[in-house]
Ligand binder design. Sequence first.
Ligand code: IMP
Length: 434
Amino acid sequence: MSNVIVLGAQWGDEGKGKVVDLLAERFDIVARYQGGHNAGHTVFIGEKKFVLKLIPSGILRPGVEAVIGNGVVIDLAALLDEIAALESHGIDATKQLRISNRAHVIFPFHRLIEKMSEARENRIPIGTTSRGIGPSYEDKTGRRGIRIADLYDPESFRDLYDTLAEDKKTLAATFNLHDTIDYAEIRAQHELYAEKIRPMVCDTAALLADAMARGKRILFEGAQGTMLDIDHGTYPFVTSSSASAGGASIGTGVPPTRIEGIIGVSKAYNTRVGSGPFPTESDDAAGDLLRREGNEFGAVTGRPRRCGWFDVPLLKYTAMVNGFDTLFIMKLDVLDCLEEIPVCVRYRLHSADVTEMPATYRALEAIEPVYENLPGWHTSTRGIARFDGLPTEARAYLKFLEERTGVEVGGVSTGPERNETIVRAGSKLERLIG
Ligand code: IMP
């Protein structure tokens, strides 16, 4: 019955890809609403493993339409690589993929601008994925960006492009950057790319409206996570788009009133890639263990992820700004070997209790997390597919998270495979996806 959003409740990499993959068969359309090829989840087609960055993983389900919404920024070379990889596995993207004509383009010079910006003296380095995401969104907000639709109007594309290129040349000269960029070649390349994707480009808001009118169901796939949201995240250590639930409407043109359910995805612990505050980070042997057991290395950049403990105040905050109906707790099995599991239950700052998520990264960096230790279960939960099949302590752990965050734990993942999953009987999750 409903259109549902699946999004990250922490700093990304929570395992949304698996959840979307599991749920996709119950929906007609999977739509991405923000971000670009900075996101990534590993998928398997047969034995072969590859990373989908831009294309919603719904494309792997025959008959499911995959939509890249207007809120996404698109590197066309990266998109064409993904399309080619899918085609080499017999998946015809032209049939299943639709690309918004209002999405903005990332050009190769956006990466250069990003490099320049990250390296600048007196600037806080964010530790971005270096994909040109931020600079492309800057051009969008600066109202000089180029959208997919512009590529099909050759004269205005040339005008817009040449003006943008002039802008970037001036910036590069100002900052003494001497990378050789062949702007004319990039323009010509994009004229070719545009022809290649032409059959997939359309007004995706109209497509989604039409689909809803015909009773079709949409699954919105968030990229990154709420704490990386440009407004609600740990600014400035965030990505440049609206990763939280509100972004789904803005980034697809589907009215908020047509979205009926919001599933928050969280690890049973916590990770973050790149710089920025992380109150429950465990920068020691326990963190190393989580990284090893959870194979916590970035899907896009391969960077080791910073690891730490489940953070109740953070989850309550992301539940507040998103309105989670239910939580999907991922990677429970990674905790199998622990004697005790610390969970942050509240924040203290300058010896006082903190009741609201601090707005500045300086305050967040100064947070002292207060932990409660929960008993571990010392036995494998790998592959358990029923809630009452979990060890008592694992159930107690999940119930603790549920009580303290105030959001039901509707789903639990106990391994990477589709069948290594629990959907709790009678939960809101079960009703939403039913
Ligand atoms: P950007 O999105 O490349 O601008 O990077 C901004 C911040 O978001 C950096 O800390 C990145 O590590 C982080 N980030 C971007 N995409 C992802 C993701 O898919 N998972 C986790 N972190 C991400």
